[in-house]
Design a protein around this ligand. Sequence first.
Ligand SMILES: Cc1cc2nc3c(=O)[nH]c(=O)nc-3n(C[C@H](O)[C@H](O)[C@H](O)COP(=O)(O)OP(=O)(O)OC[C@H]3O[C@@H](n4cnc5c(N)ncnc54)[C@H](O)[C@@H]3O)c2cc1C
Length: 393
Amino acid sequence: MKIAIVGGGIGGLTAALALSESTHDITVFERSAGIREIGAGVQISPNAGRLLHSLGLGAAYSEISVHPHRVVLRRWEDDSIIRATDLDENFFTQHHVPLANVARNELVEILGDAVAARSNIAMKFSAHAVAVEPGDSASIVQFSDGSSQSFDIVIGADGIHSVVRPCVGGVDKPRFSGSAAYRALVPRSAVEDLPIDVTNRMGPDRHVVSYFIGRNRSHLNLVCISPEDSWETESWTEQGTKEDLYSRFEGWSPDFLSLLGRVEEPIFRWALYDREPLEKWGMGTTTLLGDACHPMLPFMAQGSCQAIEDAIVLARCLKEANTSDAAIALRRYEDARQGRTAQVQTSSLMNRDLFHMVDGQEQKDRDLIFSISPPGMSILDWVYEYDALTVSL
Ligand SMILES: Cc1cc2nc3c(=O)[nH]c(=O)nc-3n(C[C@H](O)[C@H](O)[C@H](O)COP(=O)(O)OP(=O)(O)OC[C@H]3O[C@@H](n4cnc5c(N)ncnc54)[C@H](O)[C@@H]3O)c2cc1C
């Protein structure tokens, strides 16, 4: 079948790779002039890591991955450890691949290289879709230059501000969370003394996640979440300053403030938006994937991972499909994915309240529960154990 994917981010590129394993003829339309992700980190949990291996990316993916030794929850004021979970042999035995921290640009680069090596995928850059007309036997993509093209199937993988989404009935607007993410990098040479952990420092109304990323563990990536009254735009490229960070994290532990002192500018800030789970992801021969259908707050570190799962399930549903039953196959994909992604979206929202508790009894209870709950990652087993390669369709 002739398939168009609108959007060449992590979701769109993974979908292209997964679909290309059947005899489909795939075109990815990306509005940027090339494969490009502004550097920041992303955590890839085993549920998605296993899928990247299944697509034959194992060696390249391992090369760009940092495998943390522990996930550590710390208290904002003094850095005391609330809970430390070892990501040891037991974790590996249970989940088959390690948790990985990667630089987004490196992940997109290896996906892009794999796409370029597949003869049945065409990548079209500077191709800005403006709308899709979903039909029962074909769908038409319209572009900003006035041209249009017809495909047997169109997949909207064009992110939270998707132009495909409203064309299948999703007319809601993204919802501002009241928080912004400040993304900052510290060069490895300035933090050689730090353990290779994923650290989540939790404080009143804000939290900070840090982990190493990059080939040869080149940087420590900091994602600092703090309240923001209002926001006009949404972009990685809006810049912040060290002063912004100091003013937002006043009174935090001396170790953390010393870490901020070692941050390299530029610092990027991104307003955090999400949307309610969407009831209808598709229409006729058009469907959605990734942030286009289930944008979520990053507090489960699952947005990319869910887009990767979508890609695999979609490819499985379309494996045996042809032009006469393509729409039915897409509805099967949507049915298989909606419950799972809605659950992750809701959990991400709930984690905001859990991480941002102000000091008091509720926060003390939270910390106690974290500290006494059994070792291992059992709280996230339902996320990590989902297998997109075998889940029932
Ligand atoms: C602070 C922060 C931290 C995060 N951390 C994690 C994490 O640790 N783990 C994790 O799994 N997820 C994380 N996420 C979520 C993750 O970044 C997203 O879920 C993921 O990028 C979604 O991928 P996508 O391909 O669906 O969309 P996008 O990454 O938004 O890609 C969409 C692509 O479509 C293109 N495009 C858009 N519109 C058009 C158009 N009209 N025509 C053509 N092309 C178009 C864009 O240029 C882009 O290349 C985080 C998010 C944030 C904000």
